[in-house]
Ligand binder design. Sequence first.
Ligand code: DLL
Length: 449
Amino acid sequence: MSETPASADVPRRKGEPLPDVLRDAGEQMGREELRAYQLTRIQRTLRTAYDQVELYRKKFDAAGVRPEDCRTLEDLARFPCTTKADLRETYPFGMFAVPMSEVRRIHASSGTTGRPTVVGYTEGDISMWSDMVARSIRAAGGRPGHKVHVAYGYGLFTGGLGAHYGAERAGCTVIPVSGGMTARQVQLIQDFEPEIIMVTPSYMLTLLDEFERQGVDPRGTSLRIGIFGAEPWTEEMRAEIEERLDIHAVDIYGLSEVIGPGVAQECVETKDGLHIWEDQFYPEIVDPFTDELQGEGQEGELLFTSLTKEAMPVVRYRTRDLTRLHPGTARPAFRRMDKVTRRCDDMIILRGVNIFPSQVEEILLRTPGIAPHFQLHLGTRGRMDHMTVRAEARPDTGTDRRETAASAITKAIKDGIGLSVAVEIVDPETLERSVGKIRRIVDEREGRG
Ligand code: DLL
């Protein structure tokens, strides 16, 4: 990949001048050139999907559309969307568009219910994915020669291997730690002196607590950049991590069905939303209820159509993530998306009041002694729905402070959201995690879950 020259200085800590960010040729396309490229690639994706994948053929036929009906980018909206249910229906390999002999790797996401979602990659797909994660690392300020501590889980989850291959492609030195063994992670960061850490934001907070437990000042480590994703995190959480670790904290977004991490990345220069790598993934926003296309700046559900993916092309895949699209800034051709803090299926309606987990997270972050690791339990008592917020205490929070915190949270939820809820403070690291993520909503109301 050809790159523009850039000064070789090492990215600095927060508050000091920002590094120059390296850009590859794809990132420098003009908007019109990009749109023309997208159209030819989407036409090819539709053709392959229709010819090679029975489910797409049936869905296109049922909707009365053929690949050749896509003559402009706007025509894509005439094609049916693809959902997680489609992937489950064709479990395990029914969405693959190439013979198994060309599939080099399988990943799967467990989800919270039912069968896992299985995805496959050809050699070309793995290479494209590596390019996208490498580009994301560079946008975050990373450059060849940096050491990258990867604490995303390795395995069927796309986080670990996705970050790993991308960091290698970016010319970095990878430290493939995976998740868990918190005390050892802290030791390795001190011994190996990485400049970059890639991890879920909630596990970063756990690592920070461990630094403090060991009496080590996290602001004194070699770390300069944190690339956090795989779960929603708020601006409050960014502020906390940047402050406690004295690094730049940027957001990486992705999902297994589209590729894994590296679908969109926030740039350290601007921190103004995530740049969608539109030369690989074409985004649309629709109203989650009516499926109507939404314009720039309007909130809705994010869909993606892949442009070059071979093993498992996706057509208008419904992410269930809510966001908005905006015009490009630091990379003019690529539209940006807002940080994802809510999903369509995350919205709880409790006794008529709408509430998103991110609203609870913001309150927890403002509450002394409490970590933003929490779960919302919904149940039915008599004929009334009720909710219990279970939140983890920070390691040094004693019984008295827990009680004070629980009352403060109850009051903040009542005042801010208008709901009476129960709050339980539990011990650190007691809420169950899967690949570093906590399932936010446990709905045991009658007829749900
Ligand atoms: O979480 C891929 C990934 C790994 C992304 C490492 C970033 C870093 P899945 O397990 O398939 O894939 O989960 C995808 O996680 O639809 C979002 O709801 C959520 N998600 C991922 N990144 C972010 C983010 C990986 N930066 C689902 N902000 C997605 C908010 C995110 N939510």
